[in-house]
Design a binder for this molecule. Sequence first.
Ligand code: DMJ
Length: 619
Amino acid sequence: MPVASLLPFTVIPNRKSVSPTSFRLTEKFILLLVFSGFITLCFGAIFFLPDSTKLLSGVFFRSSSVEADTRTGTVSDSNPGTGKDEKILAKIRKDHEKALLEAKDTLQKRPEEIDQDIKREKEKVAVRAKALKDDSLPLVEYLRPPGATGHEPSDPDIKEKRAKIKEMMQFAWDNYKHYAWGSNELRPVSKQGHSSNLFGSLKGATIVDALDTLYIMEMYDEFEAATEWVERNLDFNMNAEISVFEVNIRFVGGLLSAYYLSGKEVFRKKAVELGEKLLPAFKTPTGIPWALLNLKSGIGRNWPWASGGSSILAEYGTLHLEFMHLSALSGRPSFAEKVMNIRKVLNRLDKPQGLYPNYLNPNSGQWGQHHVSVGGLGDSFYEYLLKAWLMSDKSDDEGKKLYYDALQAIEKNLIRKSSGGLTYIAEWKGGLLEHKMGHLTCFAGGMIALGADGAPDDKTGSQMELAAEIARTCHESYARTSMKLGPEAFRFDGGVEAIATRQNEKYFILRPEVIETYMYMWRFTHDPKYRQWGWEAVQALETHCRVEGGFSGVRDVYGSTPNHDDVQQSFFLSETLKYLYLLFSDDDHLPLEHWVFNTEAHPLPVIKKPSPELTNHLK
Ligand code: DMJ
């Protein structure tokens, strides 16, 4: 087959004639000239038109606006040249003008001015870097622990009582807000702000102490107002000498609880910031912290009245829970290291009769006077040994051992029964017993009940019995007064039992310890007498402590009419009212297997051990 027949078109045979498309030489030359002129014009357009690259990439080759229809093979511009393109062109023009002006400006500047600019820029960078550093807390996933909020009790009587306690909180808060907003505490009689030297010029103790109670009682508007105050006004950068213990339990504890309940970052940030401010207190030869610290200079010292310049057991021994959480939330081990070192120092020392004296010299690392108390100066040290173990999900075995050993020594050396059958915890002064029990000591009923659960070798339940006996004694100290409110200290000598005999021990400053013990006893026994005793306290508070501008302490609980001390203590809102509210709430509100209360009643979650599966997996 001829090749031509395979071609798709007809091949015309070559004849010797002039093809119609052939040109003469002159015509070819003219065509070449025209063509090269056209090429030159195109190149000129590309290289000399302004900002041609922007035009190319920004306008004509906007890939998003060019869509290819793969089915039809056609290309369409979905953004045809409209006002939008004009806007883009206008913006390009404006950017150009701005850049030109800036360049002109820089060229006209004198070298000093340029130096100034550089300095200013450097300062800005430094400020930003500092802010970044301040904010450089690691990201933590916030998971609200179980039972942060409760529900109405089903029993109408209990529901009503709980609502009454909430009303008391509302009254205490409203008056503080009205008369003393931003001050540390309220003077409810003279209706003004009040501050004690415990906080130096730090402000807002009542706000920070009350945050979690507001949340727990579902007073969310008030909680928001308090949060806003913290955000805007809570400041630690001041020349203030503060009590490390008080600031830790009220401010750090209050901020931590507010964080764990609400998940608001501001509380975590502020708690860590304040924790950092407290660290210079540990700069002593032994690492046992000073009692007082100047927040600005970082200079610490001890209370002038403390035996031979000693630090106080209940103060340096009541940092553990908060500091462990500060490390957990900041990723900075220094907090935990500081409190673990306190244990190390204590472990090295001999304990007289297994007891811990209230005074310890931070320079020499030696005990001061051999005074021992489960009340003032000693109390919360024992509480924090037990709670350190509980808060560690029962993994801190050292804390556990230290607590149960100490309790054993207390039972042997300090706990006595009166001839009238009241069990009490006496004070120990160099081996001699003082048969006096403080209101503060009454917290021990709750502590012993809390520890009874995991107590080694307590098959007979004797620790729960001991806790119940202490609760009864403390109730007696209330019942034997005319106001049905407990005195600051009561004695078991000179023919009296559970009664204050000295005028300066007859006052009541709205303290929580007795009610705290009722709350724990209720949780562990559900014996209705604890709610009944709690309700008696509510009625006494209403009758004798409620004044026009809030709640006030009284000077003599044995008097017939109250002589008010004119202070609404911040712990009345953080502890007394919270424990009362929980006493009339169901057990699943802040359940004790998930939460541990710090000594100011601020709930902190148990730091859960990783599951064995996870531990194995990580090995
Ligand atoms: C509170 O600040 C704390 O409970 C502290 O541990 C000692 N007591 C007061 C209230 O009485």
